[in-house]
Design a binder for this molecule. Sequence first.
Ligand code: HEC
Ligand code: HEC
Length: 305
Amino acid sequence: MMSDFTSNFWNLYIAIATVVALVFTAWILLAAGKDKGKASDTTHVWDGDLTELNHPLPNWWRWLFWVLLIFSAGYLIYYPGLGSFKGIGNWSSTGQFDKEMAALEAQTRPMYERFMAMGVEELAANRQAMGTAERIFQNTCARCHGSDARGFIGFPNLRSGAWNWGGDPADIEQSIAEGRTGIMLPMGDALGGEPGIKAVVAYMRSLSGLDHEEGLMTQGEALFEENCVACHGMDAKGMKDIGAPDLTDNVWVEGGTERAMMKIVEFGHNSDLADGDFAMPPHKGVLSKGQMYLLTAYVWGLTSK
Ligand code: HEC
Ligand code: HEC
């Protein structure tokens, strides 16, 4: 739809239609004012002597229209509105937004400068800072990680202490600023279908102390070593560089049931938004450096206490 307006034809079309409408209104008002306030005879006569008169519009009413007409013309000259003409006032909604943001920034800058000078630990213990961070979290993060930060299926629990991408302040800050996209390959075929998937899941469940079929252990362990250690590590404790989770801590982002595990092992998970699976979006450009630093301390503080 918007692309229709990138060609100049429609801009001109709309601008001309607008001007014509304004001129037409002025013409009607002029015509309506011609009779100088006197009632004119329409020459329509009924019942022998009943003549219909044409009373002019009251003057106040016509003047109201003139005022509105002149206002519209002035508005269209000053503000953008006439096709692609930007107006002589240099106004734009983004300009207005930028101005308001700059004013807000100037107002909160001293506060953020004070916070940025603190270490993460000190900041996490600062009530004013954490109050602000909590509000930013609720506005920006809660829709995916939950208002209590405990997450949902597919969205990590930030209070679990099990970090796929690392729980040091620098790791958390990078997760927030740059976003994270973990890719778990579909392993169904490599495992030879359902029996292999079942076996490797049984082995994985044993690592977290969950109920499992003892008879599948040998096969499961062999399949795991063959197919999974490259990403999840020899000890199955994960690899934070690629966001591969620790499979021994009984913390499950994708769900801890046998079914959920079989599903992710078979089909994988590409947490790339384009795939329909979930990813952690980057927040630089959306949040200021100061806001991201506050959130880093906030998220770090959820598990460090
Ligand atoms: C659109 C949903 C979404 C939003 C909004 C979102 N996250 Fe995430 N976040 C995710 C997903 C999904 C992951 C897991 C990504 C992965 O491992 O592939 C994640 C991962 C993380 C991680 C890494 C966890 C780990 O185990 O290492 C941190 C830290 C994090 N998010 C913090 C935040 C903060 C703070 C905010 C608000 C500024 C936020 N997230 C906003 C979806 C979201
Ligand atoms: C290419 C690297 C790679 C390989 C190979 C791989 N994984 Fe993964 N796996 C990942 C990543 C990365 C994630 C996190 C996906 C995300 O962020 O959504 C993951 C997630 C998982 C999860 C979900 C964990 C949770 O918290 O819910 C399970 C279970 C799992 N893998 C098991 C396996 C098994 C079993 C194998 C071998 C058959 C395997 N993976 C092979 C990289 C890999």
